[in-house]
Design a binder for this molecule. Structure first.
Ligand SMILES: Nc1nc2c(c(=O)[nH]1)N[C@H]1C(S)=C(S)[C@@H](COP(=O)(O)OP(=O)(O)OC[C@H]3O[C@@H](n4cnc5c(=O)[nH]c(N)nc54)[C@H](O)[C@@H]3O)O[C@H]1N2
Ligand SMILES: Nc1nc2c(c(=O)[nH]1)N[C@H]1C(S)=C(S)[C@@H](COP(=O)(O)OP(=O)(O)OC[C@H]3O[C@@H](n4cnc5c(=O)[nH]c(N)nc54)[C@H](O)[C@@H]3O)O[C@H]1N2
Ligand code: SF4
Ligand SMILES: [Mo]
Length: 888
């Protein structure tokens, strides 16, 4: 057994993990107690990493037109086609679309190839969908894309404002750190600003459920309040900033008084006043923000409206203070550093004469791109219009994650040449690739990532490469060489790439740029291998190097004046507005246990169990008005798409708003990505799409039949069946697969239908129940005592709970009782049904918890944990445990 220190490949918290390969080749993952991001803690997703490493779905060999080929052929094909296209149509006729899930070394090589040697700015990254508004806001305010804070500041603050961030589910370990700090120091207050009542509200002293899209009014109002009540730091404003009076004028205009703000944001005056007073009277304030701010057609303005308040009070660059944009992906920050956004150059330089000259000399190229390339939405539009003729997509799944995915699909369909590098063989995007390139996955790849607090960590390999998969940097390096750029692309290892990149960050820097890693540019291969987590900038010192915990401690910013800029903000509503035609506002985002398009977390039955279907959350009153049932179906439509969704009635939603998670795709559902409903509106400055506010129409949908099917062996639903379905989701279970289906026309014979789509015709040992009058059909198949399949069909959503049935698939032999009750869909004794999984770490179900609460008189979460272990590992389910306790 060997253990390796590496980093979690999911969120921007950037936890350190210790991975151990066991003698049976399984992998155990534990939190790394020495890592400064998590000190040994992991969330449910990180803890389940070992369950996601199987090779069954992996892309293991290069392929051209879905046929296996050798690497030479694949690389030559890509290089030739790109070279040829550039020769015929110019450098801007090709593009890369890359990802915050690449390592810094991969990212650097991709950017150097496109901007430095192909000579086009057309490399953009999925960070455009994620951090672009923060980047643009930082640059306007600070003159650089700097995150000044660190995680410790959260523990040292006296007030944490969370806005547009569901930290409990999306940055769970950081959330747990705040939770622990708050327990130690109850004077630490938390205010959560989110139209939804999320799990994050669990630690909030105040939840401000503002009207979606109105944050800039709220923060403009705060600036105005601070001024009126004499809470500004005039000395700081005077010495270190510019632009205050214009920013204040704009704030006065939009948000002149608390009543105006309350009205604009859909809040009460006292709750606005309470928030403002808390900010005003507390010195140590950190405002944490994320996609509820960034993913907006005015995201950059919202970012600056927040930063304005911190600058005006001097609450920045000091211990326990600052505006803190938490990053999403493991290497979202790394991508910004190497400049993989189309409007940046590299290493925090821009398309400005000085920078162009400096970078051109460093890379020794005379073909450096001279202007910014296209941003994601425009880039795919250019593909659709055939202006871009060759596209290489790496480590991202845009056919799920972009807005208006049908338009992206049309773009890929019309593109002459699409290359996709991924670890997985079939994804919604991969299915449109002419060339598929197998990339190393987590545990195989080796390099570095930067987390939300600028901390660079090593991702180290602990597994051998799978079959012929290769590192992304190697693939890029090979293609670059074959395109004729041999000298500049002669990399032998990630360490060599990292040294070059570190050297570039320090090259002619002299304090001009925040990003400086010059302390690391002479690391030996061994030192790189052993590099411990550290925060940039990293300067050279006499006896080594010195990292930096916090920026702007001296009030010096990166504008030429050295002063920070306050920006005048004129708030704008979301571009799409609710109307009679589209009266509801659709919000999209994440759930606790899934990661993006589910290519990895979707492989763990434990993680899937938490929320197995893409539920649309809607307020019960709206549900009642529309005639929607909890667990029933609804039809949803927007200006660009429509679909069928499963309804969840919950008062955590504001009336008029609905929420659908972003994770599901065509790979695991008939209706595909929620992105097909989202209009491609974006922020004019940052180019970031408006994923959080799309006007939609809803109505109840009653199919002729609904069903669920459980199978021992998973299968791809045959096309003939898919065409009959109006709703379908494929769900991984423990030793079984579940299919939730609905359709319009019931077949003559359900038995024939099952034989046609699911089963070989000669089945024996089956049990059947048919109530023709009510339209119920139930079927189960048992071979040698073991359950193989069961099917439950009904004219409505009145179907039995799935959990007990699904658990039966794990058993080698069903008991007599279980056989008898099988077609009833529930055990003879209710207590045998554990119910929906609440704690994924220990697999504890809702019924088990409720029973223990009732019978043993449990009154708090600690008692539940003591009895059932639930909540005792990552703590992510604690808000749900509290909810169950409250309900009981
Ligand atoms: N479990 C899990 N964790 C993840 C990821 C994942 O896929 N799954 N992905 C990672 C990535 S890449 C990212 S970018 C982060 C994202 O992390 P978050 O930004 O925290 O996640 P989201 O769910 O996208 O959105 C956050 C919240 O914004 C709220 N919101 C919507 N509109 C508004 C508004 O107008 N104002 C305010 N104030 N709030 C609003 C939503 O209701 C939602 O609760 O998560 C990272 N962590
Ligand atoms: N509706 C809606 N849409 C959204 C959002 C939202 O809130 N709402 N959020 C947006 C945000 S913030 C983000 S970050 C995006 C994320 O969206 P995507 O980036 O499209 O989602 P992922 O599923 O993470 O895609 C990563 C792909 O890379 C592959 N992969 C993983 N590691 C590697 C590697 O090392 N090399 C290679 N070559 N491939 C690898 C994975 O198998 C997977 O197919 O979604 C955006 N889209
Ligand atoms: S919080 Fe969870 S998903 Fe994020 S890095 Fe840590 S273990 Fe991974
Ligand atoms: Mo993201």
């Amino acid at each position: 057994m060997s253990s390796v220190q590496t980093a979690c490949p999911y969120c921007g918290v950037g936890c350190g993990v210790i991975a151990t390969v066991n003698p049976d080749n399984s992998v155990t993952v534990k939190g790394d107690k020495t890592h400064p991001a998590n000190f040994g803690k992991l969330c449910s997703k990180g803890s389940a990493l070992g369950e996601t490493l199987s090779l069954d779905d992996r892309l293991l060999y290069p392929e051209i037109n879905a046929q296996r080929c050798d690497w030479d052929t694949a690389l030559n094909t890509v290089a030739e086609k790109f070279k040829d296209t550039i020769q015929k149509h110019g450098a801007d006729s090709v593009a890369f679309y890359v990802s915050g899930q690449l390592l810094t070394e991969d990212y650097y090589v991709a950017n150097k190839l496109m901007k430095g040697f192909i000579g086009s700015g057309n490399i953009d990254t999925n960070s455009r969908l994620c951090m672009a508004s923060s980047v643009a806001g930082h640059k306007r305010a600070f003159g650089s894309d700097t995150v000044p804070c660190n995680y410790e500041d959260l523990e040292l603050a006296d007030l944490i404002i969370l806005t547009g961030s569901n930290l409990a589910w999306c940055h769970p370990v950081t959330y747990q750190r705040i939770n622990a700090a708050k327990k130690k120091r109850p004077e630490l207050k938390v205010i959560n600003i989110d139209p939804r009542q999320t799990a994050t509200c669990d630690i909030a002293d105040q939840h401000i459920a503002l009207k979606a899209g109105t944050d800039a009014w709220l923060f403009n109002g705060l600036l105005q309040f601070l001024r009126n009540n004499d809470h500004l730091d005039y000395e700081y404003l005077e010495q270190y900033t510019q632009g205050f009076s214009k920013a204040l004028d704009a704030a006065k205009k939009s948000s002149g008084s608390i009543p105006i703000v309350a009205q604009q944001c859909g809040l009460t005056e006292p709750e606005v006043a309470e928030f403002y007073r808390a900010f005003a009277k507390t010195k140590k304030v950190v405002t944490v923000y994320s996609q509820g701010i960034n993913q907006s057609s005015s995201g950059t303005d919202k970012v600056n409206s927040i930063i304005n308040c911190h600058l005006a009070t001097g609450k920045i660059g000091k211990v326990g203070m600052g505006a803190f944009s938490v990053t999403g992906q493991p290497n979202a920050m790394g991508g910004r550093e190497v400049g993989a956004l189309s409007n940046q150059l590299v290493a925090h330089t821009d398309f400005k004469p000085d920078d162009l000259d400096m970078v051109g000399r460093f890379w020794q190229t005379d073909n450096l791109a001279q202007q910014a390339g296209l941003k994601a939405v425009d880039l795919f539009e250019a593909v659709k219009q055939k202006k871009i003729k060759a596209l290489w997509i790496m480590a991202t799944n845009p056919l799920v994650s972009m807005p208006d995915v049908d338009n992206i699909k049309a773009a890929l369909e019309s593109c002459e040449f699409v290359v996709v590098s991924d670890c997985v063989r079939t994804t919604d995007t991969m299915n449109y690739a002419h060339v598929r390139l197998p990339a190393l996955g987590w545990g195989e790849k080796d390099g570095s990532v930067t987390n939300s607090e600028r901390c660079i960590s090593r991702q180290r390999a602990f597994l051998p490469p799978s079959a012929e998969a290769k590192p992304d940097w190697w693939i890029l390096n090979q293609v670059a060489q074959r395109m004729g750029f041999k000298q500049a692309f002669n990399y032998q290892s990630p360490a060599q790439i990292f040294r070059e990149y570190a050297e570039l960050t320090g090259f002619e820097n002299n304090g001009k740029r925040d990003l400086d890693l010059s302390g690391l540019d002479t690391l030996t291969d061994d030192e790189y291998q052993d590099l411990a987590p550290l925060q940039w900038p990293v300067f050279k010192t006499e006896n080594g190097y010195q990292p930096t915990a916090r920026l702007f401690t001296d009030g010096q910013y990166f504008h030429s004046s050295k002063k920070a800029q306050l920006i005048a903000i004129e708030p704008r509503l979301p571009q799409g507005q609710v109307s009679n035609q589209f009266p509801f506002m659709l919000n999209t985002g994440r759930v606790r246990d899934q990661w993006h398009t589910m290519t990895r977390t979707g492989k763990s039955a434990r993680l899937v169990a938490h929320i197995p279907e893409p539920l649309m959350a809607i307020h019960p009153k709206d549900g009642l008005n529309l005639g929607l049932q909890d667990g029933g179906l609804a039809e949803i439509s927007s200006a660009v798409g429509h679909g069928i969704v499963r309804v969840q009635l919950t008062s955590s939603q504001a009336q008029g708003d609905v929420f659908i998670p972003m994770h599901w795709s065509k790979e695991n559902s008939v209706q595909g990505s929620v992105g097909k409903l989202i209009s491609p509106y974006f922020d004019p400055i940052s180019g970031q799409p408006e994923f959080k506010q799309t006007p939609v129409a809803l109505r109840s949908y009653k199919p002729e039949w609904q069903a669920f099917i459980l199978l021992h062996q998973g299968m791809v639903l045959p096309e003939s069946l898919q065409n009959q379905l109006t709703y379908g989701v494929k769900i991984r279970g423990k030793q079984s697969w579940r299919y939730e289906l609905a359709g319009e026309t019931a077949p003559e014979s359900w038995k024939d239908w099952i034989i046609e789509h699911f089963e070989e015709a000669d089945w024996e040992n089956w049990l059947e129940y048919h109530d023709r009058a009510k339209g119920y059909y139930r079927y189960a198949k048992i071979i040698d005592g073991q359950l193989q399949a069961c099917v439950f069909i009904s004219p409505d959503e009145q179907l039995p709970a799935r959990d007990w049935l699904q658990d039966l698939f794990v058993k080698d032999e069903l008991s007599l009782d279980e056989r008898i009750n099988l077609l009833l869909g529930q055990p003879a004794k209710q207590q045998d049904d554990a119910g929906k999984i609440i704690c994924s770490c220990f697999g504890v179900g809702k019924n088990t918890i409720l029973k223990a609460v009732k019978e043993q008189n449990l009154t708090d979460v600690a008692q539940i944990t003591a009895k059932l272990k639930a909540g005792g590992n990552c703590g992510s389910c604690v808000p749900e445990l509290k909810e169950l306790l409250a309900g009981a």
